[in-house]
Design a protein around this ligand. Structure first.
Ligand code: ATP
Ligand code: MG
Length: 272
């Protein structure tokens, strides 16, 4: 697996700002955001709706250009879509006229490269979709479609996986299953994951670090480390540390709507 030289974080966001030029004037979506993400960390980003989370993630993917600042992958500035970066969105975005196998094959066709069939079969097995390759998206549940989109992203063996509210449309039970699945996949093949969510529970369960953004213009307001060992059991969610952390993050987000000038603070939850 590709990792950056020891001196570089895997992803380095430096003073990233984004101004959208709109008909009603300039809109500052991101204001000098700086975040270092180390290789194979799982980092969640939470914050009020419209604070610039998607803007930041798309900038990390190279699909959006920043107005100023830069984002580096393994020390090199990202200037466009990168083969080492996979993306998963809230909607599975499977092509409805293609079956599951053909959907997974699609990015390889675009790049004129051969898929690693054994790896894809392993992933399908891992997410419980072995034997579903001939099914069309309409024949799959929402959770299955989202699992398929994760397989499609991982089939390219990215070293960074960017996920934008990937389970936001799923019921809470399926969502918990998907959270465990992400952890299992990560344990199987460690990958740097940046995960946007509106669920503080999901962020805490999944992440090594939770970054809280302030209301627009988005800035990094606070950052928390979550030090529970992996694999994590759902029981950690019933502990006092997690309860306190959840409340602290909720207050940050509510506070962030009115106050955008908070001093950065780090806090830690003791390992289980
Ligand atoms: N293409 C665009 N053109 C103009 N404004 C945009 C564009 N994309 C996003 N915005 C604005 O930038 C701000 C940040 O949007 P963004 O989608 O990044 O927020 P978000 O934190 O992902 O929100 P949510 O939690 O609701 O998904 C919002 O005010 C949004 O209206
Ligand atoms: Mg968004």
């Amino acid at each position: 697996m590709k990792t950056g030289p020891a001196s570089h974080p895997k992803l380095a966001v430096r003073e990233a700002s984004k101004v959208y030029r709109t008909a009603s004037g300039d809109l500052v979506a991101l204001d000098r955001c700086s975040i270092d993400i180390q290789a194979n960390q799982i980092v969640s980003i939470v914050g009020p709706s419209g604070c610039g989370k998607t803007t930041l993630l798309w900038s990390m993917s190279g699909l959006h250009r920043l107005s100023s600042g830069e984002i580096r992958l393994d020390g090199k500035v990202i200037t466009g879509p990168h083969p080492d970066i996979g993306l998963v969105f809230q909607e599975a975005n499977l092509l409805p006229w293609r079956n599951l196998d053909a959907n997974i094959a699609f990015p390889f066709e675009i790049k004129s490269t051969r898929p690693d069939r054994a790896w894809i079969d392993h992933l399908l097995q891992r997410v419980g979709l072995a034997g579903f390759g001939g099914k069309f998206p309409r024949e799959l549940s929402g959770g299955m479609q989202q699992r398929a989109s994760i397989v499609r992203a991982l089939s390219l063996k990215p070293s960074v996986l960017l996920m934008d509210e990937p389970f936001g449309a799923l019921d809470s039970f399926t969502r918990e299953e998907m959270n465990r699945l992400v952890e299992e996949i990560w344990l199987d093949r460690p990958t740097t994951i940046v995960f946007i969510t509106h669920s503080i529970e999901e962020a805490i369960f999944l992440s090594d670090r939770v970054i809280v953004m302030s209301a627009r213009p988005g800035r990094v307001a606070k950052e928390y480390e979550v030090l529970f060992a992996r694999p994590r059991s759902l029981e950690i969610m019933a502990t006092k540390e997690v309860f306190d952390l959840q409340n602290a993050i909720k207050l940050d987000i509510v506070g962030g709507r009115t106050s955008q000038k908070q001093a950065p603070l780090r806090s830690a939850v003791a390992g289980s």
